[in-house]
Design a binder for this molecule. Structure first.
Ligand SMILES: NC(=O)c1ccc[n+]([C@@H]2O[C@H](COP(=O)([O-])OP(=O)(O)OC[C@H]3O[C@@H](n4cnc5c(N)ncnc54)[C@H](O)[C@@H]3O)[C@@H](O)[C@H]2O)c1
Ligand SMILES: O=P(O)(O)OC[C@H](O)CO
Length: 330
């Protein structure tokens, strides 16, 4: 297949490498032409995926028209809050008959509170859309560490096409049809990962981390179902699977943000130290909090993380609030 990845970030780059190794013709488009030139010249992506050599066959194109013309598949790997701008650039050259869109970003758009499939529809109308998600850090996929993810689409045949395009002996792809559940699993786990990082940063212990992850998946499923996802999806790769990896991995940017908060640093200082690297959970906490209010979901962990990140609540108060809730059955 002829594939273009819309993003020069760590995840887009790792997936581009996977697709080159599967024999596809792959181009990366990015928002910064000078940086694309650097990647082309050095065969490295030090800003977003340090330490891996980019394959010789991987191409780079800064012009959106040239990047997508004649391509079969476009991989949307731009962080959620920048994606609308990229879709607006794509719109004039988008071919709805030809292009299959594969979203691999995980988030909720700020203010509109749209999931990515909804944002895509609001800019491009009806598309051939698949979401690919699950426990998958770029640092490991780019080193061909065995990984399993799920491709979900309202059109199962399209999910199967994406499965066949990405699958290999190190990258196993399952299929599904629950786009809402898969999108929400990938987005909401980032909020839980910030909570997990706080526990790590405070060196609170193992019990709170296990409690957080278990009550966290319960909360994700409860909110996810009220928003139209299927409960079963949250027991799968894009739910519990991604929650486990993000809450435990040394690669997770969201867990890192929480860890620094738990050590007493302030959010603006933490985000500044990350440069252009994105932790989606910071903005998704706002979206998840707003969506939970809209559908009347009980989301105590999301509410406390939202308050810590965006309302200045201190962490000990947040923990006390969670632990002193009224007694109830599991
Ligand atoms: N990194 C991973 O392991 C991983 C795995 C699975 C999913 N994801 C998801 O993939 C998405 C992309 O994450 P990432 O880790 O590749 O990003 P990243 O943090 O590595 O890179 C940040 C990206 O933002 C882009 N950017 C910065 N300013 C921009 C602007 N004004 N307009 C457009 N783009 C701009 C940069 O060019 C870069 O591509 C996120 O939703 C993330 O949750 C990441
Ligand atoms: O590094 P994080 O926390 O953004 O997580 C990346 C992926 O979503 C893990 O599956």
């Amino acid at each position: 297949m002829r594939i273009t990845v819309l993003s020069d970030g760590g995840w887009g780059t790792a997936l581009a490498m996977n697709q080159v190794s599967n024999g596809h013709d792959v181009t990366i488009w990015g928002p910064f032409p000078d940086y694309l030139d650097e990647m082309r010249r050095t065969r490295r992506n030090p800003r977003f995926l340090a330490g891996v050599e980019l394959p010789a066959g991987l191409r780079f194109e800064a012009d959106m028209g040239k990047a997508v013309e004649g391509r079969d598949m476009l991989i949307l790997a731009t962080p959620t809050q920048y994606l609308r701008g990229v879709l607006a650039k794509l719109a004039p050259v988008f071919d709805r008959e030809r292009h299959v869109l594969v979203d691999v970003a995980k988030g909720i758009e700020i203010d509109s509170w749209l999931r990515i499939s909804e944002m895509v529809e609001s800019v491009l109308g009806e598309t051939r859309y698949v979401v690919l998600s699950g426990p998958s850090h770029a640092e490991e996929v780019s080193r061909r560490v065995p990984t399993a993810v799920v491709a979900a689409s309202a059109d199962l045949a399209l999910a199967e096409l994406v499965q066949q395009s990405f699958i290999n002996d190190n990258f196993r792809v399952y299929t599904g049809t629950d786009v809402v559940g898969v999108e929400l699993g990938g987005a909401l786990k980032n909020v839980m990962a910030i909570a997990a990082g706080i526990i790590d940063g405070m060196k609170l212990g193992d019990n709170p981390k296990a409690a957080l992850m278990t009550r966290g998946i319960s909360e994700m499923g409860r909110l996810g179902e009220l928003l139209g996802g299927k409960a079963q999806t949250f027991s799968g790769l894009s739910g519990i699977g991604d929650l486990i990896v993000t809450c435990t991995s040394g690669h997770s940017r969201n867990r890192h943000v929480g860890e620094e908060l738990g050590r007493g640093k302030k959010l603006p200082e933490i985000l500044a130290s990350m440069g252009m690297v994105v932790a989606e959970g910071v903005t998704t906490a706002k979206g998840a909090h707003a969506l939970a209010r809209r559908v009347g979901a009980e989301t105590p962990i999301i509410d406390e993380i939202y308050a810590v990140l965006h309302e200045g609540r201190n962490v000990p108060d947040a923990i006390r609030n969670l632990m002193s809730r009224s007694a109830k059955p599991e």
